[in-house]
Design a protein. Structure first.
Length: 320
């Protein structure tokens, strides 16, 4: 199945043409109706005109200019000055960037432009990641500042730039004795306090009816000043009801739910070494808040013992 930390993402056979430079490209093949899949997820406030092309049309009116150097930025009145690449995945690329209007450092994540056609599910998942992350207003969730289209027609969102290291790298350094195990700053009590904040962040997400589906040490960022962030909500799913049914919290909205794009039964999405059994079996209809809790349990075992609970990290190992 490949590397144990590889994230498996579901695909779809539906494709979406790449938007033109104005962001208003043709995107046919949709039925033009917005359907409520889950009663608790309201779609009327999404400002989506019943289809993907309607949403892209609106984003196209907010397209931003990116530049690679200061001279180019001045001549083109660019909004963002791109720096080094911070990371990349199967569908997106993250750069460090400078907001030249507000004079602040950011991280910008954009949908990868490989030319040709873009899958409808891939576009919707990227946009929904931005929407869901932005609506989860909690200290453990990275703030999203802006959503728009780049000049090449690919969507992007700008978020807080976090400087630090992820929990996966931290535990790897401790395992390799680059740090004295459980001494100094990174003692067991400190690590447990970090984990407690992660649990609080996930409790909030569950209270809003959202599951992460890809919780793992690599997606938990520790900032320079002890702040903790749950990263990469690209596989997040809005469930039919929140964990706290009597809560007055507003339900979370996403384009993917509005367009009825769901994970098919039998499709495995996530990171095998940190999956729950139902997730490893591809039982999409059985995924729930308990799936995230199972992943958190695996992370806690690793945090306390520095040994992965599922060493080889295959879905078969999780099921066994």
């Amino acid at each position: 199945m490949g590397d144990q930390n590889e994230t498996i993402r579901e695909g779809t056979d539906e494709y979406l043409p790449v938007p033109d430079d104005s962001g208003l490209g043709e995107a046919g093949g949709f039925d033009g109706e917005t359907r409520d899949v889950q009663p608790q997820v309201e779609t009327s406030n999404l400002h989506v005109e019943a289809s993907m092309e309607g949403f892209l049309d609106q984003l196209g009116r907010m397209s931003a200019v990116f530049a690679r150097n200061e001279e180019d930025a001045k001549s083109r009145n660019a909004r963002f000055l791109l720096g080094n690449e911070l990371g990349s995945g199967s569908i997106g690329v993250v750069w460090e960037a400078r907001d030249l209007y507000l004079h602040r450092d950011l991280a910008v994540k954009a949908l990868r432009n490989d030319g040709g056609e873009v899958r409808k599910g891939r576009m919707a998942r990227f946009l929904s990641e931005a929407q869901i992350t932005a609506q989860l207003s909690h200290p453990a969730v990275i703030p999203v500042h802006e959503l728009g289209l780049k000049e090449d027609g690919m969507p992007f969102f700008a978020m807080k730039r976090v400087r630090g290291l992820d929990m996966g790298r931290l535990m790897e350094q401790i395992r390799e004795s680059q740090m004295m195990p459980f001494r100094g700053v990174f003692n067991r009590n400190y690590l447990l306090r970090l984990f407690s904040r992660i649990c609080q962040g996930m409790a909030y997400a569950h209270a809003r009816g959202v599951i992460h589906r890809d919780l793992k040490p690599d997606n938990l960022m520790i900032g320079e000043f002890g702040e903790v962030y749950i990263m990469d909500w690209g596989l997040a799913k809005i469930l039919g009801k929140p964990a706290i049914t009597d809560s007055d919290m507003e339900p979370v909205h996403s384009l993917r739910s509005a367009l009825e794009i769901q994970t098919a039964d039998g499709v495995v999405a996530g990171t095998p070494a940190y999956m729950s059994p139902e997730q490893a079996r591809g039982e999409a209809d059985r995924l729930g808040f308990q799936s995230d809790v199972f992943s958190l349990g695996l992370i806690l075992v690793e945090l306390l013992t520095l040994v992965r609970a599922i060493p080889t990290g295959t879905s078969e190992d999780v099921i066994d």
